[in-house]
Write a protein that binds this ligand. Structure first.
Ligand SMILES: [Zn+2]
Length: 435
């Protein structure tokens, strides 16, 4: 999924009629771990009956969903079962197994720990912002002072023409880079085609993978990938607010190639189908999996369009398609690179607000002043924070951690960058495992 004003979010509940392949192709593997995995899937579906945002996608056996809906276990029983599953995992000796099995073992335990935390929250437990993000996403965002953002604001102040506050001048400046409504689809399709082509040159995608794009309005996010299983996604783009030209590449990569669509496709291909690891046929939104999904979704933009390639493609193809002035592409990119560094301001507003230090109005005001959001977008972001809470760190911190991991291991080699990235999106990864 993509946050309003730039940050990405994930898919809501997607139901798919049962995927028989999930079960029939299950390999011998580890019977103990497979049993835990099946119980884990059913527990995630059970939490989904108490929390409509929890199950982001499910394409496992349809009868499991029917079974869970029939029982509808209460929250205390779900917690009890999660604790039992974690005890079973703790009793297993996986030290002699292959590396991927050990990662799977750790992944299941950490996903279950996050499930326990979400269930505790649904039952009324209040965590601080940092406790919550640690429990749900296996990560804690660094704290940035207001002075940190002020330094960036001074640079933007100097870069932006006109009069008024920096926020007002940024809005005025960006108005020249809005995609006209009748050009949105052709511009997006061009960006998607290019992102897909670039991804296909480096990653082996299964035959028949595809997605459809829909334009919607009145959503708390700017775009959403609803993974449907069988290598298909439905991507929705919210057109309620003006869409700036850079969003075409952002969304094509983040939601599609090599972001969420490819992430889901490779997990289904490599883990669910080839190995019979059913736990990957369900995706609990409030879990460490989202940190990896959003981090790779955002960094996937850089992987697909490294260095100057992004500006070049926007200038040569997307600006003309949208009827915008290509001569201003570089100037626009410079301003955007400064505003991107303000993304962490969203964490500070969320942390202070959710920890009860400031009101919703003060949080919106903070975003207006330090993240340069106009009042309408700042209010919309506060509503997003109300609903998704510490999920906001998955975008900026997630991207930063993924970037460091990929670049450290790739050491400047373009093909190696793709390989490391592919490994992150097709194996059981945890945020604490890539720091
Ligand atoms: Zn996303």
């Amino acid at each position: 999924m993509t946050l309003p004003f730039g940050l990405p979010l994930r898919s809501l509940l997607v139901l798919l009629v049962g995927c028989a392949a999930v079960v029939s192709r299950a390999q011998a593997g580890d019977p103990g771990m497979n049993r835990v995995a099946e119980s884990y899937v059913k527990l995630v579906l059970a939490v989904g009956l108490h929390d409509g945002d929890y199950v982001d996608a499910y394409y496992g056996p349809a009868e499991w969903k029917t079974e869970v809906a029939g029982e509808k276990p209460a929250l205390p029983l779900i917690r009890e079962r999660a604790a039992e599953l974690r005890a079973s995992l703790a009793a297993m000796d996986v030290s002699g197994g292959e590396a991927l099995s050990r990662m799977r073992h750790k992944f299941l335990d950490r996903q279950l720990a996050a499930l326990e935390a979400r269930v505790a929250m649904l039952a009324g437990t209040k965590f601080t912002f940092d406790e919550e993000s640690e429990r749900l996403y296996d990560a804690v965002a660094p704290t940035r002072t207001e002075a940190y953002f002020q330094d960036l604001l001074v640079q933007l102040d100097q870069a932006l023409p006109g009069s008024g506050t920096v926020t007002e001048r940024l809005e005025a400046f960006r108005r020249d880079f809005v995609i006209p409504a009748d050009k949105i689809d052709p511009v997006f399709q061009a960006a998607i085609a290019e992102a897909r082509k670039r991804t296909g040159l480096h990653l082996a995608l299964p035959a028949g993978e595809n997605f459809t794009v829909e334009y919607v309005t009145d959503k708390p996010w700017s775009a959403y990938n609803w993974y449907q299983g069988n290598f298909q996604s439905l991507i929705q783009v919210n057109t309620s607010l003006p869409i700036y030209i850079e969003r075409a590449i952002d969304l094509a990569c983040h939601e599609g190639y090599p972001g969420h669509h490819v992430f889901n496709v490779l997990l289904e291909k490599n883990l669910v189908r080839d190995r019979g690891w059913v736990e990957f046929s369900v995706y609990p939104l409030f879990s460490p999996q989202s940190f990896i999904a959003e981090g790779t979704g955002n960094y996937g933009i850089v992987v697909a369009f490294p260095g100057e390639e992004r500006i070049a493609f926007a200038r040569d193809v997307l600006f003309p398609l949208a009827g915008l002035d290509p001569a201003r592409a570089a100037e626009y990119a410079r301003v955007l690179s400064l505003t991107k560094q303000l993304n962490f301001a969203g964490n500070e507003a969320a942390r202070r607000y959710l920890d009860g230090e400031i009101s919703a109005e003060a949080a919106a005001e903070w975003l207006n002043r330090n993240a340069l959001m106009d009042p309408a977008r700042a209010k919309q972001r506060v509503r997003f924070i109300d609903k998704y809470r510490s999920y906001v760190i998955n975008y900026n911190l997630g991207e930063q951690i993924v970037e460091r991991y990929v670049e450290t291991h790739a050491a400047g080699d373009a093909q190696r960058r793709w390989e490391i990235f592919a490994e992150l999106i097709s194996t059981p990864q945890l945020p604490s495992g890539i720091r």
